[in-house]
Design a protein around this ligand. Structure first.
Ligand code: PMP
Length: 424
């Protein structure tokens, strides 16, 4: 808190006193946010920030239709899920209608972590195997089980013995990406087997957000998924980040790859800020799971969640947000790629729709430049733009705005980034 205005220093001290070491705040000097609307957030001093980072308020901050739907339902009835409630049934049918055939059962949960925890349990019971394969810098959530498949959250040790990690699907030769990812997955299957583990599932975030955003070439997941299935395992698509239209292809990131998962997990944007999440799977897998174990979720699928979720689906469709993600996203990525000719510190620009990763690289060595990424993030804040980082080194800008982002918003971001980089 050194150098902070006294009032801010006091707020940060109070926060640390209560939350202790678990208190995590963005920025060298944190911001107190009081209001938000569309693609903008406002701080306690009335300063306006363009939000280029937050994917939870995916259809726009405080979207009036979502707010109204939640308020109306909260005023009528909100209860756990062991009674019939029309809105919950309506929502489940609407959501499942967006899925490929066969993925026709939904379990509603409250966080992405819970969804992945449940998905892992369904996969284990469904296959009789214990092992999981994930990417090197993956994050899938915070429960005891899911932390084991979230290498990015394990600071001081390796994942549990039933977990194998593989590098994120990347490489200079697009044609080789799919084959090399599959080869790593095959090696992981063999290594699990050597240690006495079967493969329950390959679980990936289909936009590889915490690995640094890897989207291309679309379709690269296919051979890896085939290899896992050949070994008797399942494919779990974690759609917490790419889901609900962000990749600009359709609602689901896995669809870009032309694969149908056995289990899909959802979260973050599902309720535009109302905490809700879900697991979609095949009836046979859910049947087997429920024969083995009881499962009840007090808050999962409550009527207010269903109302929020239904309004989110309506807004995505009525406002053409998937199409907007595709159009504005490709315009934005092209503008960022054009910047590369003026700034040698900009490395690769990758992504799909409104999920773009931009690497910063060192002037001399071309290696990931974390210091520059941190500098840009803090300077952007001073210029009224919110942005964050991803990837193993935190040297990749994670560009992931609400889906109502416009081309003018993209131009503004690109201009400010160029000014901050100066002659670098
Ligand atoms: N999966 C992915 C890909 C995520 O990014 C996250 C959260 N960052 C989660 C799961 C966990 O979701 P939650 O924080 O809602 O538990």
């Amino acid at each position: 808190t050194e150098g902070f205005p006294e009032e801010l220093a006091e707020r940060v001290r109070r926060r640390s006193a209560t939350f202790g070491a678990s208190s995590v705040l963005f920025y060298e000097q944190p911001i107190e946010m009081v209001r938000a609307e569309g693609t903008y957030m406002y701080d306690a001093d009335g300063r306006k920030y363009l939000d280029v980072y937050n994917n939870v308020p995916s259809v726009g901050h405080c979207h009036p239709r979502v707010v109204a739907a939640m308020a109306k339902q909260a005023a009528e009835i909100n209860i756990h899920t062991r009674y019939l409630t029309k809105i919950v049934e309506t929502y489940s049918e609407r959501l499942l209608a967006t899925y490929p055939e066969g993925l026709s059962n939904l379990v509603m949960t409250c966080t992405g972590s819970e969804s992945n925890d449940l998905a892992m349990r369904i996969a284990r019971i469904g296959t009789g195997a214990e092992g999981f394969i994930v990417t090197e810098s993956a994050y899938h959530g915070n429960t005891a089980l899911v932390t084991e498949i979230s290498p990015s959250a394990l600071k001081k040790r390796k994942p549990a013995p039933f977990v194998r990690t593989v590098p994120a699907p990347s490489g200079n030769d697009p044609a080789a990406v799919a084959a090399s990812f599959a080869a790593h997955v095959e090696a992981a299957i063999a290594d699990l087997r050597k240690e006495g583990y079967g493969t329950a599932a390959l679980i990936v975030d289909s936009i590889f957000s915490s690995d640094g955003i890897y989207a291309d070439p679309a379709g690269f997941l296919q051979p890896a998924v085939a290899a896992v299935r050949k070994a008797g395992g399942l494919f779990i698509a974690d759609e917490v980040q790419p889901g609900f239209g962000r990749t600009g292809f359709n609602l689901w990131g896995f669809a870009r790859h032309g694969v149908t998962p056995d289990i899909v997990t959802m979260g973050k944007p599902m309720g535009n800020g109302f905490p809700m999440s879900g697991v979609v799977t095949r009836p046979d897998l859910l049947q087997k799971f429920c024969e083995e174990t009881g499962y009840f979720n007090t808050f999962g699928g409550n009527p207010v969640a269903a109302a929020a979720g239904l309004a989110v689906l309506d807004v995505i469709a009525d406002e053409g947000l998937t199409e907007n993600a595709r159009d504005v996203g490709s315009y934005f990525a092209d503008s960022l790629r054009n910047l590369k000719s003026r700034h040698v510190t900009i490395g690769a620009v990758r992504g799909a729709g409104l999920f773009i990763g931009l690497d910063f690289i060192g002037l001399e060595d071309g290696e990931p430049d974390t210091a520059l990424s941190t500098h840009v993030i803090n300077e952007m804040k001073k210029s009224g733009i919110l942005i964050g980082a991803a990837g193993k080194y935190g040297a990749t800008l994670k560009i992931r705005p609400p889906l109502c982002f416009s081309k003018a918003d993209a131009d503004h971001f690109t201009g400010v980034l160029s000014t901050i980089l100066g002659n670098r």
